[in-house]
Design a protein around this ligand. Structure first.
Ligand SMILES: *Cc1c(COP(=O)(O)O)cnc(C)c1O
Length: 362
């Protein structure tokens, strides 16, 4: 079967080099080989996340750690900031964990604004909040620096931040932001196969977890810390992923962080220009567009062109590329194009050529 290249916002295309590393001969996870492997990548993970904290590896998709964060850190009440499918779901997950939760909902396409968060936290009801930095369903990036600045005013509130589809694509300085948890899944901007999550906790988050019962075991943050101190994971990790991550970190630092960040910005701008050039408007509120994917408006909001999205997808797929047809309640009234991972100007131009050819046949 001919390979269809992924331009959906996760999983994204995985390089041959990454796959080769993924298929390294197996080693034992309690042996020195694994400890050496984890110890070798730890400083690179810390440099990537601009942190002195130990970076943890969880063999799960991102949701495992997102749910774990709620279980480890919420004692009183959690504020779930909601602006799209993933962030809306986190509210549901908080309730399923038996936590007292409140929604801060904004319309899809809008970002979460610091003022709205401030007003909620000022009530004094909350000891944790969840927020998604890059809401993949709507292509909206919320102003995380302005929101994180509130942490100074509310030191007892745990700031739990999902950077699932933005980590590695732009500068997110964990320690300087002052937030408490930052989480990513590796099938998004890391461009690894799905099945591994990467996350980091502040000392305050570990202290909160220590005071809280019923953290469970698999996602107990204290277990992650205790084991990471020995360059290990609490349970048997997906070792292939750790080899793949090592390979990817080599790529990331060979390119250079600043160059990588600039590349994602540039490629996202190219996709926005492609959309505008074809008469489309974008779904996100102007000024809050993601740098890793573009969510094109196709009738979800007034203005701009509309096309038959399933037909567009098929015409593009026939040329070897998969684009996304919109997520949840905006399926079909938006479509999404990812530029995460290893994409370059040259590879994105191949996609735009396929899209252009498809547009002529619609
Ligand atoms: C993909 C995604 C998730 C869910 O990730 P899983 O790997 O399916 O658990 C959560 N949040 C955001 C922003 C995402 O893009």
């Amino acid at each position: 079967m001919a390979h269809v290249k992924l331009h959906i916002p996760g999983p994204v295309e995985v390089s041959e080099k990454t796959f080769q590393a993924f298929c390294s001969p197996m080693i034992g996870h309690r042996g020195q080989g694994f400890k050496d492997l984890y110890a070798a990548i730890q400083p690179k993970l810390q440099a990537l996340l601009y942190t002195k904290q130990l970076v943890y590896l969880s063999t799960s998709s991102a949701w495992g750690v997102m749910e774990g964060a709620v279980r480890n850190l919420v004692t009183k009440k959690v504020l779930n900031c909601m602006c799209g499918a993933f962030s809306d779901k986190w509210f549901d997950v908080s309730k399923r964990c038996g936590k007292d939760a409140e929604a801060l909902q904004v319309p899809w396409g809008s970002p979460i604004r610091a003022e709205a968060v401030d007003r909620k936290l000022a009530t004094g009801q909350f000891d944790a909040l969840t927020i998604i930095h890059n809401e993949t369903s709507t292509g909206v990036m919320s102003p995380i620096h302005e929101i994180a600045a509130l942490k100074k005013k509310y030191p007892d509130v745990m700031f739990i931040v999902d950077t699932v589809s933005s980590m590695t694509a732009l500068k997110l300085e964990f320690d300087a932001l002052g937030i408490d948890v930052m989480i990513a899944g590796t099938q998004k901007a890391f461009a690894l196969p799905p099945g591994l999550a990467v996350f980091v906790c502040s000392p305050a988050a570990l202290a909160r977890a220590a005071a809280l019962k019923d953290r469970g075991y698999y996602f107990d943050f204290l277990e992650f810390q205790k084991n990471a101190e020995q360059s290990m994971t609490p349970s048997t990790p997906s070792i292939g992923h750790v080899f793949a991550l090592q390979s990817k970190l080599e790529d990331i630092f060979a390119e250079g962080l600043e160059a990588r960040f600039a590349r994602h910005q540039r490629l996202a701008e190219m996709t926005r220009a492609w959309a505008a050039g074809n008469g489309f408007t974008l779904f996100p509120e102007p000024g809050y567009e993601s740098v890793t994917l573009t969510c094109v408006n196709n009738g979800a909001k007034p203005g701009g062109r509309t096309v038959d999205v399933p037909k567009l997808q098929k015409l593009v797929k026939d040329q070897g590329f998969l684009i996304d047809g919109g997520y949840g309640k905006i399926k079909g009234t938006t479509f999404r194009i990812s530029n995460m991972g290893d994409e370059t100007e040259a590879t994105m131009k191949q996609l735009y050529a396929a899209l252009d050819s498809a547009m002529k046949q619609l």
